[in-house]
Design a protein around this ligand. Structure first.
Ligand code: SF4
Length: 301
């Protein structure tokens, strides 16, 4: 099995989302933030392309962003297009003015570098690294661009599996070179550098291998958490589509409920319209018995 970093990351976050996205292949719209991120990545890829014979001008790089954005903006809600566009142009321009061209001695070895790490058996882990630089001391820096607003703390970055996987890939691509890894937060213009321990790299390798094994046996249990708030598959997720009846409602004593409602009905002779609707809300038919819906509800769980 070939697993990409993106797929592994999806499975690691929630196996059920992995199933809905990659096994069931349910189509969902791409988030506007992803379109924005892709357009910025494309402009930076053009900027740092080591195949350029001449250093590209700021106008050329800005045009690369404009082209990439225009290819995607139709899929972004109209009321958000201008803000994304302006932010993208500003990021690209500021990055160019502050960091381009690279300092003497540092060179770009590759952009969008594909990698393929053997995991044992028929399994491999692949992905693409945004940029790889070689430094004057011949060490290698792996750079991953981030366009989001939220930046992790240093300890969180050190436990991030993405950079750990890129480090493993660079160790394989540049044997014998010292490798460092960096999340480059473009909005903040801040490089978050991480030097992983061997122990964490081993732990990451084991986590990927375990995910592959679980995918192969169809283990797709949902993993609910804060990430559900922005999960695009929420409406298809069994946890949200068919909520479990809470424990305190499973053992409903219908007789007691009817007696309680009988008391209320006798003590409130008016509001003839209100009584049936309240009964319906609790799943009680006008005849006093549970509705088919409420019977189904009490059976569930
Ligand atoms: S809503 Fe939450 S539990 Fe359901 S698929 Fe999405 S991330 Fe997983």
């Amino acid at each position: 099995m070939r697993i990409s970093f993106t797929r592994f990351s999806t499975y690691d976050t929630c196996p059920q989302r992995y199933k809905l996205q990659y096994v069931d292949r349910i189509p969902v719209p791409t988030a506007p933030e992803l379109h924005f991120g892709s357009a910025v990545h494309e402009a930076l890829r053009f900027m740092y392309d080591p195949k350029h014979l001449e250093i590209p001008s700021l106008e050329e790089v800005a045009q690369a962003f404009i082209n990439a954005w225009q290819a995607r903006e139709a899929d972004v809600p109209e009321n958000r297009r201008q803000a994304f566009f302006e932010q993208g142009i500003n990021i690209v321009r500021r990055h160019y003015e502050r960091h381009f061209p690279l300092p003497e001695g540092r060179r770009v070895a590759a952009t969008e570098r594909f990698f393929n790490i053997p995991l044992g058996g028929d399994h491999t882990l692949n992905g693409r690294i945004d940029r790889i630089d070689v430094l004057p001391d011949q060490s290698v820096e792996v750079i991953d661009y981030k366009t989001g607003r939220t930046m992790p703390t240093q300890p969180m970055a050190e436990k991030d599996r993405q950079l750990a996987i890129y480090r493993m890939a660079a160790d394989q691509l540049y044997p014998g070179h010292r490798v460092t890894t960096t999340f480059l937060y473009l909005l903040h213009d801040f490089p978050l550098q991480v030097d992983h321990s061997e122990e964490f790299l081993e732990e990451t390798r084991a986590a990927v291998a375990e995910a592959v094994a679980r995918i192969e046996v169809g283990d797709f249990d949902p993993n609910a958490g804060a990430h559900c708030d922005w999960c695009p598959y929420r409406e298809y997720c069994p946890l949200f589509r068919a909520p479990v009846v809470p424990d305190d409602l499973r053992e409903v004593d219908i007789g007691a409920l009817l007696r309680e409602y009988g008391e209320i009905a006798r003590s409130t002779p008016t509001s003839t319209h209100a009584r049936p609707s309240r009964s319906k809300a609790r799943g009680i038919s006008p005849s006093g018995g549970p509705t088919s819906a409420s019977r189904a509800g009490t059976r569930r769980g």
